[in-house]
Design a protein around this ligand. Structure first.
Ligand SMILES: [Zn+2]
Length: 124
């Protein structure tokens, strides 16, 4: 149903052009040395993943947005609904960011490249 969409590419970490090739070399997000390493080109369609030097610096803005969204959502849940103290919220938020750091960074890069690369049916 969502195959061949940007959402599929982001969720399953696939090439945004063909939705078949893997975007990352290593599927293990807990490998601190290689968790954001991606091949230079898609092994299926040949799409370049490194558009230019420093291309993924823009993913920092996506990451910032995801972290702010997470913070607002967590604040709404913990402080406004569950009546946590502000310090309990900040501790929970800091812990959650530390746990989700690699996941958010990987998703940010995928969201960012999906802004510029669109699905091409002829590449399948
Ligand atoms: Zn591809």
């Amino acid at each position: 149903m969502i195959k061949n969409t940007k959402l599929y590419s982001i969720l399953f970490e696939k090439c945004p052009k063909c939705c078949i090739g893997d975007f990352y070399k290593d599927k293990n997000i807990f490998s601190l040395k290689t968790f954001v390493d991606s091949p230079n080109n898609c092994h299926h369609c040949g799409e370049a993943f490194e558009k230019e030097v420093g291309f993924y610096y823009g993913a920092m803005y996506v990451s910032y947005g995801l972290n702010v969204g997470l913070g607002v959502g967590l604040f709404s849940l913990t402080v406004l609904v569950l009546n946590f103290s502000l310090f309990a919220f900040l501790g929970t938020y800091a812990g959650l960011i530390l746990i989700l750091f690699q996941w958010i960074m990987r998703k940010s890069r995928l969201i960012y490249i999906n802004l510029f690369v669109h699905f091409d049916k002829s590449k399948q």
